[in-house]
Design a protein around this ligand. Structure first.
Ligand code: DGY
Length: 318
């Protein structure tokens, strides 16, 4: 059976696929595939191991109905038209659980980095301005006892809240459809309305799944309701925030700072004004990029792929 992989994977992964007797093609070029290239590689394939956010929309799925399985090397599946995949009998697997800690640690890193203006001040050294940190306008803020608001308190939000509580005794509020009993019991977390989340958070961190309903939810109006001392963190999907509105809110001091591991669009261009702004820290979507997590993700993605090809049940099916 034929399998297409959208970017090179670790050697042990290739060995597993070869041992399973699969005919594997890997996209080796150092640029993302165009939609047409993706279709032409997948039309004859039985399985797709998809790393990255290539749009696996209805048009793609219609053209690649030969696929038995799409195994995502990600927990997020907002880039896949799941309903259409189901209609064509294409199974879709993802990698939940294994990247929880790594992603929460990235949000924790950004929260602290923004609070201390770390990326901007580090860049000031390269610009020959070592003393920038002595200027009061560059001083940071402390996190102890502040309120952390989580938009979408699932496992990653919980892992961040747990760290924030232990390290800084932060008060945890969250906005979810359902109540998170564990967070309420173990972390004294409090479920609040979206408006309360926005107006009460000192740090607001996004950890929901991106859907048509919540795309662009963090816009100018919402930033305008946040505290002028608030930090906005997004490690989920760039689609949650409106980037021009975020830039304006930072420029106008409607919010204090922002930390993004996901941008809108991706990749972020090198001349993006956010990269030069004080109290802004940007990372290139590295939430799950630790050695431990990427090994676990690849193993789970391969388990799902093999199960999908063999017609057995996947460890994690969307
Ligand atoms: C995920 O797993 O969804 C990460 O954001 C990587 O895309």
């Amino acid at each position: 059976m034929k399998v297409f992989i959208t970017r090179p994977i670790m050697d042990f992964g290739m060995e597993r696929l070869q041992k399973a007797g699969l005919d594997v093609t890997v996209w080796e070029e150092n640029r993302a595939l165009t939609p047409e290239e993706l279709v032409s590689h997948c039309q004859q394939a039985d399985g797709l191991l998809n790393a990255g956010i290539n749009q696996l929309n209805a048009k793609f799925l219609e053209a690649c109905q030969n696929l038995k399985v799409i195994s995502l090397h990600s927990v997020g599946y907002d880039h896949v038209d799941i309903e259409t995949a189901k209609k064509f009998g294409i199974k879709v697997g993802n990698t939940p659980g294994v990247l929880t800690d790594a992603t929460a640690e990235t949000a924790f890193l950004l929260m602290q980095s923004v609070a201390r203006n770390a990326f901007y001040l580090s860049n000031q050294i390269s610009a020959g301005n070592w003393k920038a940190s002595q200027d009061i306008t560059q001083f940071g803020i402390e996190l102890r006892g502040k309120t952390l608001g989580i938009f979408g308190l699932g496992s990653i939000g919980f892992a961040l809240a747990k760290r924030a509580k232990a390290a800084f005794d932060m008060e945890i509020i969250y906005h979810n459809r359902s109540t998170n009993d564990r967070a309420e019991k173990e972390l004294d977390a409090r479920k609040v309305s979206f408006e309360e989340l926005v107006t009460q958070s000192d740090v607001l961190s996004v950890h929901a799944n991106l859907t048509a309903e919540n795309t662009g939810i963090f816009n100018g109006e919402v930033f305008g309701q946040m505290k002028p001392s608030a930090i906005f963190i997004n490690t989920a999907r760039g689609g949650f925030h409106n980037e021009p509105d975020l830039i304006q809110a930072l420029d106008n001091r409607q919010i204090w700072g922002a930390g993004l591991d996901v941008t809108n669009p991706e990749p972020m261009q090198p001349d993006n004004p956010l990269l030069k702004m004080p109290r802004v820290c940007i990372l290139p979507h590295i939430g799950s990029a630790t050695i431990e997590t990427r090994i676990a993700m690849l193993n789970l993605a391969i388990d799902n792929l093999l199960a999908g090809l063999n017609g057995t049940s996947m460890k994690a099916e969307v």
